[in-house]
Design a protein around this ligand. Sequence first.
Ligand code: ATP
Length: 572
Amino acid sequence: MLFSEVAECFAKVEATASRLEMSAQAAELLKKCEKEEVKPLIYIIEGNVAPSHEGLDIGIGEKFAIRAISQTSGYTEKAVLAEYKKSGDLGSAAENLLSKKSQMSLASSPNTLSKAYSSFVKIAQMSGAGSQESKVSLLSELLNGAKPVEARYLIRFCLGKLRLGIGDPSIIDALSMMKHDDKTDSQTILRAFNLCSDLGEVAEYYIAGKDLSHFSTQPFKPIRPALAERLSNAEEIMNKLGKCAVEAKYDGLRMQVHVREGRVDIYSRKLEKMTHMFPEITQAASKLKIKSAIFEGEALAYNAKEKKYYSFQQTMQRKRKYGIEGMAKEFPLRLFVFDLMYLNGKDMTLEKYSKRRKSLEKLFSKTEPLVPSELIYTDNPKKLDIYFTDLIGQGLEGIIAKDLSQPYVAGARKFAWIKLKKSYGALADTVDIVIIGYYLGKGQRQEFEFGGLLAAVLNDETDEFETIAKIGSGFSEDEMQSFEKMLDEIKVKDKPKGVNSKLTPDFWVKPKYVITVAADEITLSPMHTAGMVGETGYALRFPRMMSLRDDKGPEDITTTKEIIEMFEMQKK
Ligand code: ATP
């Protein structure tokens, strides 16, 4: 397939707001692909050359993209920069300049999808001295064979800014639609994706006609994490689950550890590789007497002298201060393992919790610093309450109750796990929301130019970010300064695609940074679009910033559905 066909489809996708329509457009494109083109095309639509856990980022610097545009269009770099300033988008600048050129000269041989993809991979893999120049010449070569509309997407892709507004759920629907014209297979495709986080691989498998219901987990393909629902109290939990496992909830860093024949990799909650950051965990995992395993736990730093655990925030602060080696020595981590998803070649995700737990306890019996999470089994709400209070007294966050008969529910928030946390004000939980804009300071704050944030939750049915709070408090002066700097770098001219807002901040930003916010309660509001029906949406009352959540991306934030559930819980 020609890359120009891909670009023309992208232009259509970009111009549509309907999620279903976007999937239909992508389905049409997928239908035109040769079998071997499907995987690369899926990665390209995702804006990447490979699944993000492989860490292969394309990232050409703007300066070098400008040079490539200049070389192919015949305009000076200064002229390219001036065109860029006009539109604020280097992709559109390239399109405009190349359209002027194409009237004068004939393009060289056209780019195929395969050629474009293999150049993207080469660009992503190049590093070291002289690599930027080689990247520029590869990009120039692609631009030479490009129609103007192709140039728009080649440039955006190479800058890591494709942002078509079509997320993984819509791509999954597109795959199903290419076979059935509807979402018949979407759930089966989603399940396979949740087990390996590699949509390209799943698509290839699906298109080859293989049965996705037999798709299973494999080491070094991270599993999308299981998530916990909320209920208000012990009684409700017991009514829902009956006799269950009540585990301590550690406020640490979630880790998914993959092991096979001595090789170890550790993935974060966002499924990014972070193996080299935790040498003590890697070493302990490599010594396990097994062939292969995937397990998950919460890591906390431990101060042996004071017999004290540190929270996630404190752990991260110490890590920055002491560096990786220093941290491993001074404050060794302990990983509280709470699930086992794969063992010696066997996919354990379909096994019941009780069976997984039995294998987990057997495996981690003398394996410090890898230890099983603490738990009790009970069907008595009073016992749960006593245990909860005891854990809070030890400085922990609360409990997670687990249904003994449920499998590991990858990538979904289900009642297989139910969390109960110590409360922060009247609201039973903090929320994680994404920053979509910011305001300038007034009065005293003017010197920092930063006056507060506009933040949103995710409506996972429409794939839109809906505003829920303006946050003006909870920031230290240092934080205000660093926010101003961080947000300044991701400022965008107009409201980003996929953002639903009635408010207009002083500056819009690309939805990227996630913050944890505490509030007094959830109220109804005519200003915010979260869960809006008619004129009324939901808002956070007295929101205060608690921390920046580096381990969550915008797709992992609190959803509108969760906000509505929390609002209903609060009424009780
Ligand atoms: P979520 O992960 O549900 O989106 P979150 O990251 O803000 O939300 P919480 O809502 O506080 O975290 O609770 C769920 C998290 O608790 C899990 O993601 C995991 O990192 C952590 N956790 C701590 N102890 C356990 C445990 N024993 N079992 C499962 N998860 C645990």
